[in-house]
Design a protein around this ligand. Structure first.
Ligand code: ZN
Length: 566
């Protein structure tokens, strides 16, 4: 960094809008949402999604309730084109979902874009060109008139091309790219010229998308830009003002919310804020912010765990553990005073509901009820010790060689807490280990593994095993094949006991306590819509993983999550 940044960077100029109205506005309903995960989000991935992953993402977006989905830049690559065709030809688009595609204002690209959409019921064609001074002068070397002419040319081509496909219900969208850095009056002039071509009406509106392609100012300045635009654009009742904010300054959510107050009708963004550089605005945060104000966001994120896993799978990017509403730690309280306040809040709420004494959510430190997102509130205890040792996880690792995965740490801390509460014992490292041992390694044996043997493995990694299980009233022998020993073993359990359990996470490490080294395995098991852990230890590492699965299975039976009556 340099000592005087003023010699290199300038302050973004304020907008002359002394009678701005937006600060007095209150958001009282959801905007229209468009997901750009398959376009803006996908474009910005280290490894762009394969068609299979795109299909999964599309289905997920539909499941979340998106009615407008920007699926591709079809003229940009063969994969993008094929994906659009596949959605249409395989009838994968629900009737109430509108596809959107992006194109530049060039004739060959526009022709190809319409070809990709042939046979589609309804679609939005989104055309853009850069309008800001830096792009005009440095990138394209074009005058304002030439830039405007380019937009008009694109708009005209699109209007003409659309006539060739009368079976589709077309809508048009124009973006003055880098709107955030374009002179406002010029942005309006270009949009007016585009609207002159498209001739929108209140019945057939045109979408004007005003991107903060790069976020350059405090959110209030962007809101001023939007209010100024809304006030000065003619045919306001015939245009939809769309907000598309990137997160360069880390304020995309705030900028989007203020822009809605300033007149924005529609918001474009991505799940968990994916997209170029720092990403687009995070639609999950925007939607759940509305929800916690009592406003129906029109999107459904109840299955948050599944959404996180699917998006991580498709994008190969992790969701931050502290991501608003979604991160694995956002409903976890570490501090004792927070835990205490939350506990009081939750029990007061229970009383209020029982006595019909109003049921508005007001629990300290929790802006949303985790149950609404299929999550639960978790309290993590830490063992306080004068000697300066850390928490439960630290003690088990240092003194007993147990390296719990993070979600298991959370699960186990509750077991340890309960034990401490009932016995009043101090949780020394030895006591903690015996609690761990009793809960996981020596979980009650409702089902026992009597024998197991690996029979073979083929070139594709398919493993065949033979196993014998014993329950209270029977002994069951099975032979199953699965993709690897763990999959084969889970299949053996499901088949023997007529269950539908799944392993969602697996960790293993070596432990050298005592004379010989052994393996410790941890399994996170999905049972219905819940998950729990099991742990096993053995000198043989496959045996240790089987024992971990048995531990999880027996713990689930013990909790009555699984019933063995069949
Ligand atoms: Zn963007």
């Amino acid at each position: 960094m340099i000592s005087n940044p003023a010699t290199k960077y300038r302050q973004f100029p304020v907008i002359a809008l002394s009678d701005r109205q937006w600060p007095n506005k209150v958001i009282d309903r959801a905007p229209r949402f468009l997901s750009s995960d398959l376009r803006d989000g996908n474009q910005a991935l280290i490894e762009p999604m394969s068609i299979e992953k795109k299909l999964r993402m599309f289905d997920l977006l539909v499941e979340c309730g998106f009615k407008e989905i920007e699926i591709a830049f079809p003229s940009a690559s063969e994969t993008e084109f094929k994906f659009v065709r596949r959605l249409i030809e395989e009838n994968r688009v629900p009737d109430d979902v509108v596809l959107q595609v992006l194109t530049q204002a060039r004739e060959d690209l526009i022709v190809r874009t319409f070809e990709s959409l042939k046979g589609c019921k309804q679609a939005i064609v989104h055309v853009y060109n850069a309008t800001s001074p830096v792009f005009r002068q440095v990138v394209f070397n074009k005058s304002k008139e030439e830039i405007k002419a380019l937009a008009v040319h694109g708009a005209t081509l699109i209007k003409e091309e659309a006539k060739k496909y009368p079976e589709t219900d077309w809508s048009f969208q124009y973006s003055p790219e880098i709107f955030s850095d374009t002179e406002l009056d010029f942005a309006i002039e270009v949009c007016e010229a585009v609207c002159d071509v498209w001739q929108p009406s209140p019945q057939k509106k045109v979408i004007l998308n005003l991107p903060a392609t790069v976020e350059m100012s405090t959110p209030n300045v962007y809101a001023d830009q939007i209010e100024y635009f809304c006030r000065h654009i003619s045919r306001r009742e015939s245009v939809v003002i769309s907000i598309h904010v990137h997160n360069d300054r880390g304020c995309a959510v705030a900028a989007t919310e203020l822009a809605i107050m300033a007149g924005g009708d529609r918001v474009e963004g991505c799940l968990f804020g994916h997209g170029e550089r720092t990403g687009n605005v995070d639609l999950i945060t925007i939607a759940l912010n509305l929800y916690t104000q009592g406003i129906d966001p029109t999107l459904d994120f109840t299955k948050m765990n599944k959404i996180v896993r699917e998006v991580e799978h498709c994008t190969q990017l992790p969701v931050h553990p502290r991501h608003p509403y979604a991160g694995e730690l956002v409903f976890t309280a570490f501090s004792g005073s927070h835990q205490d306040a939350i506990k009081k809040g939750l029990s007061q709420r229970k009383k209020d509901i029982e006595s019909n004494n109003g049921a508005y959510w007001q629990v300290p430190y929790l802006p949303i009820d985790p149950i609404d997102l299929d999550r639960s509130y978790e309290a993590v205890i830490r063992v306080n010790s004068q000697s300066g040792k850390g928490g439960v996880a630290y003690l088990l690792e240092q003194d007993h060689g147990i390296e719990m995965p993070r979600r298991l740490q959370i699960e186990f801390s509750r077991i340890a807490q309960k034990e401490a509460d009932t016995t009043g014992k101090e949780l020394t490292s030895g006591v903690l280990y015996s609690i761990f041992e009793a809960a996981y390694f020596n979980a009650p044996k409702h089902v026992e593994l009597l024998q197991h043997k690996m029979l073979g493995e083929d070139d594709e990694g398919n493993t065949t095993i033979h196993a014998i299980f014993k329950t209270n009233n029977q002994t069951i022998e099975v032979e199953t094949t699965g993709n690897g020993p763990i999959a084969a073993f889970v299949k053996a359990i499901n088949q023997s006991l007529n269950l539908d359990i799944d392993v969602v996470d697996y960790n293993e490490h070596a432990r050298s306590q005592g004379a010989q080294a052994s393996a410790v395995s941890y399994i996170e098991m999905q049972v219905g819509n819940r998950t729990l852990f099991g742990a096993g230890t053995h000198v043989n590492s496959s045996k240790s993983s089987y024992l971990a699965i048995m531990s999880a299975l027996n713990r689930a039976i013990d909790k009555n999550w699984i019933s063995l009556n069949h």
